[in-house]
Design a binder for this molecule. Sequence first.
Ligand code: B12
Length: 343
Amino acid sequence: MTAARVRPRDVESYLDVAAAGNGRTGVRMTLDLLDRGSTFDDVIVNLLGAAQHEAGQRWMRSSWSVVEEHVVSGVTQKALDALSGTLDEEPTTGPVVVTCAEGDWHSLAGQMFAEQLRGRGVAVVFLGASTPARQVEEFLSRHRAEALAISCNLPLFFGGVVSLVAAAHAHGIPVLAGGRGLGAGPLRSNRLGVDAWADGIDAAIDVLNSWRRDPPALSKGGALLDPRAIELNSLAPELGERAFESLELRMPALSAYNDAQRARTLEDLVSMVRFTAAARMVDEPAVLSEFLTWLLDVLRPRGVPSHAVVAGLVALEPAVSKVDPAAGRLVLAAAHAAAQSPT
Ligand code: B12
């Protein structure tokens, strides 16, 4: 039998059954691919991961609602658990504790990585979604761990990553981090005090093996984030509301918005402040510009023009500058860039 790699049409078929809520068939399709010779990693990344990614794209294009995304994620959870149940070899290394930073509810990404580790013979304790650092520290004080692996899926949780690093270092445990929130290179992780960043399972296994031979020197405590960035993050709801009020004076169209539209606009303003704070925490403007590119892509199919985003940024700038002048400059630069984007 020749080993079958997961193909794009497998992802399409999986999404059809998963979106219909057909968990049993979704699980069977997943296990069949494994039986036909696809590797464990291939099924996790190229079937389940690709399906989850496509669910996000369909939600973004407004062709699916949150309902379909939730239904597909539920089936993926079952499929992932079933895959995990096929592993019968005793682990040979570890344990590694895998967790999501506080606030981050994208447990599936963390669990996919956790199962990939198990598939490579590493004993894993997966703590799940959003875990407060103090409780992780308490757990690490009672359980031996070779490393703490953090899954960070949005830059909004950088503060949580820093607290987790401090929690692990307090017990002499090195920290590995990954996930889409940390970007495509080690820069963000380095600035957050993480000991190593990895883009996937192969690099992660290399790091863990090298730490076993040569344990890394650990810093005491976590990274020192700019206190103005931390303050900006905690003031985000207040600054968003202030900008909303000034936006109402400048954009008469806002008075015709219904309650739901007003709430979403306020939410977007608060997110703009939070992503600005995250960009400042790692000193990387791309954190804000990537968020704004994503926001424009989300709002376009929902009929919100790019000049509304520009107006939001302009309304935010004075209040943001008062807390953190460097962040104010980031917001202005982002407004100029957003003004060039297609409406
Ligand atoms: C399902 C989902 C949710 C579910 C999560 C359910 C769950 N139990 O996980 C729920 C409904 C909770 C959710 C909520 C939100 N979500 Co969401 N979500 C998704 C979706 C569709 C799939 C996520 C997923 O299953 N990932 C699993 C796989 C696909 O992730 P992966 O990154 O490929 O994982 C691999 C690697 O990253 C790596 N890895 C992961 N962790 C680690 C760790 C280490 C150490 C290493 C080495 C590697 C590693 O290994 C994994 C396996 O190979 C994504 C779309 C996407 N493209 O990811 C959006 C997405 C991430 N969400 C998004 C958003 C906006 C949100 C919300 C803010 C929405 C809202 N307004 O409420 C909230 C935030 C909630 C929170 N506080 O966390 C956006 C983020 C946009 C951005 N700016 O970056 C996305 C991209 C959707 C989109 N296309 O717009 N979401």
